[in-house]
Design a protein around this ligand. Structure first.
Ligand code: O2Y
Ligand code: MN
Length: 594
């Protein structure tokens, strides 16, 4: 082993003993050529990126148009999260629930350790201390990822608070989530993402891509954190957080859960329509993917974004869909699996300008063969580069949440927006969420599936227990946010989207805040409170009669069938499913019969 890389002495004899011990154990198992403790410095990053440029892991993009930007091409068989290879390993199978693939912890450790055996020979093992959330926030939690991928190091540096300050916090607290990762041979048959919530540990082998490899993100901040949150009385959610400032100067914070690749980044960075801008409406971005929240001393839910960057979907990002994202990624960005123009600029489908000459597999672009950018191609960029970035993202106390929004891709039945009558109804709305699948994970695209609270791929324990945990927040003293459901994806008979979406979604957010403040009206229906079309500011939006009917109407027959299906879904979880949720479903189903 290259001793010049090892600096264990600096961490000896402190409360870092357990970290040192674990690093030594991993090194003994994986046999790296060198061990490097990451400090997160610019110098370290410069050295790593230079080495990756030299070996072709990173390709320098046009320095004039995209200073500090890089392209990485992943293995073509390693382009998305792999839900079928992702496991939650609890002692009791029922604790993982029917919503997770399960393996007994001893079997899973044995399987993974056999894969890790000697896998880092001749490679450098990087030790990445990181903090999820502002470094000085009581809501934040730390972890350490060990990886043999410098690409992972560079991404973790953008996505988390990584390096010396995180190590100092770990030393103070004495505990951290342990994540072990190796790209291995990138063989899909030797690829597993294993979670051990009872040990606060993760083992990931055989993928170098996104959520499979950047362990701070989905593995820690959702699967492990959701388990931690349950035991500690908070919530770890797949939600964006935005601040909505009205012309009176009040800011309301909204947390919104949408399944993968359903526009969370676009909504988090929304630019209001012209008239709203003139009137003084503004949206600020706290987070685009993950939200940790807990009740404050006033009983309201306070939220932090545990991440420090965005790992956003490139295709479809344009001046029209998300000018803030586009502005963010002009510099210091890592692009993964996008196409290239003749002058080495990144390119993807939906970008307003430029023409691709090379596709994401480094072949000459041929639209008959494949798109220029992989549908799940990504950009990794610091949140601070976003023009709508909220300084409140750094507030250690978090931001108070006024409204929680659930939403999915529902081509039929589900109206534009409705409001839950109370918290229990809100939990049912979240639990019943359905959406069409997208390219964010491997598998079929466009298939309807239930995705409760957009957490189907990410909840680290049994959904029935998760719903109970949500219900428990209604304890009589908490002042909980109002809950809403939205559907930006309703289609007409001709298959076209009926709602313009993007910036126009602000009109819906305005109605929600009106409901929170008690200034906006609603029509009561069995499924919840809907705005009369006149309650929404639709000035300047051209909606057909079909759109008005489908976006603001309520189809009793269709909902009767939907509620029968929701009832069957809840039953799949057996006796652990909270009675209060089943009662709520039955109450509404009975009303729909009437
Ligand atoms: O992590 C990946 O490999 C892609 S999926 C993803 C990336 C960023 C944010 N969210 C998701 C998701 O699947 O929800
Ligand atoms: Mn996500």
């Amino acid at each position: 082993m290259n001793a010049s890389f090892i600096d264990m002495s600096a961490h000896a004899g402190s409360s870092l003993d357990s970290l040192n011990e674990w690093v030594a154990q991993v090194a003994a198992l994986t046999r790296p050529g060198a061990v490097h403790w990451c400090d997160g410095s610019d110098a370290e990053n410069d050295a790593l990126t230079a080495a990756m440029q030299a070996d072709g892991t990173l390709i320098k993009l046009n320095e004039k148009t995209h200073p500090g930007c890089w392209l990485h091409r992943s293995d073509p068989e390693d382009v998305a999260r792999v839900e079928h290879l992702t496991f939650v390993c609890t002692t009791d199978r029922d604790d993982a629930g029917p919503n997770n693939h399960w393996m007994a912890p001893t079997d899973a450790h044995a399987k993974m350790d056999a894969l890790f055996e000697g896998c880092m020979r001749g490679r450098t093992m990087y030790v990445i201390p990181y903090c999820m959330g502002p470094i000085d926030s009581p809501l934040s939690r730390c972890g350490v990822e060990i990886t043999d991928s410098p690409y992972v190091v560079a991404n973790m540096r953008i996505m988390t608070r990584m390096g010396a300050p995180a190590l100092a916090r770990i030393e103070r607290e004495g505990h951290f989530v342990k994540g072990l990762h190796s790209t291995g041979e990138l063989d899909p048959d030797r690829r597993f993402i294993m979670h051990f919530p009872e040990e606060l540990a993760i083992k990931s082998y055989g993928s170098g891509y996104g959520g499979n490899a950047l362990l701070g993100k989905k593995c820690h901040a959702l699967r492990i954190a959701s388990h931690q949150a349950r035991t500690e009385g908070w919530l770890a959610e797949h939600m964006l957080i935005l601040g909505l400032k009205n012309p009176q100067g009040e800011t309301h914070y909204i947390a919104a859960a949408f399944p993968s690749a359903c526009g969370k980044t676009n909504l988090a960075m929304l630019i209001p329509p012209e008239g709203y801008l003139k009137d003084g409406w503004r949206v600020t971005t706290v987070g685009d993917d993950i939200c940790w929240m807990r009740p404050g001393s006033d009983g309201r839910l306070y939220a932090i974004n545990p991440e420090a960057g965005f790992f956003g979907v490139a295709p479809g990002t344009s001046k029209k869909s998300n000018p803030n994202a586009l502005a963010s990624i002009q510099s210091n960005t890592i692009f993964t699996n996008v196409g290239l123009t003749a002058d080495n600029q990144p390119w993807w489908e939906g970008l307003d300008e430029g023409e691709p000459v090379t596709d994401w597999r480094a072949e000459p672009y041929d639209p008959a063969k494949r798109p220029a950018a992989h549908p799940n191609s990504r950009f990794t960029v610091s949140a601070r580069q976003c023009p709508s970035y909220s300084p409140e993202s750094e507030n250690p106390a978090g931001v108070p949440i006024s409204a929680i929004v659930f939403g999915g891709r529902r081509p039929s039945l589900v109206p534009l927006v409705f409001e839950a009558r109370d918290w229990t109804h809100g939990v049912l709305i979240g639990a019943a969420m359905g959406s069409e699948t997208t390219a964010a994970a491997t598998g079929a695209v466009g298939v309807m599936r239930r995705d409760p609270m957009a957490m189907k791929p990410f909840c680290g324990y049994n959904f029935a227990d998760y719903f109970s945990h949500w219900l428990d927040f209604d304890n009589g003293s908490n002042k909980l946010p109002k809950v809403f459901h939205v559907n930006w994806f309703r289609r007409g008979e001709a298959g076209d989207f009926l709602w313009p979406g993007f910036g126009e979604n602000l009109r819906v957010l305005e109605w929600m805040i009106g409901r929170v403040k008690g200034t906006a009206g609603a029509v009561e229906t069995p499924i919840g409170n809907l705005p009369a079309a006149s309650e929404l500011n639709l000035a300047g939006v051209d909606l057909s009669a079909e759109a008005m009917e489908k976006l603001f109407g309520f189809d009793q027959t269709g909902w009767r069938q939907e509620f029968a299906s929701i009832g069957e879904y809840l039953e799949e979880y057996g006796p652990r499913m909270p009675q209060a949720l089943k009662d709520e479903q039955r109450r509404i189903a009975a009303q729909l019969e009437g």
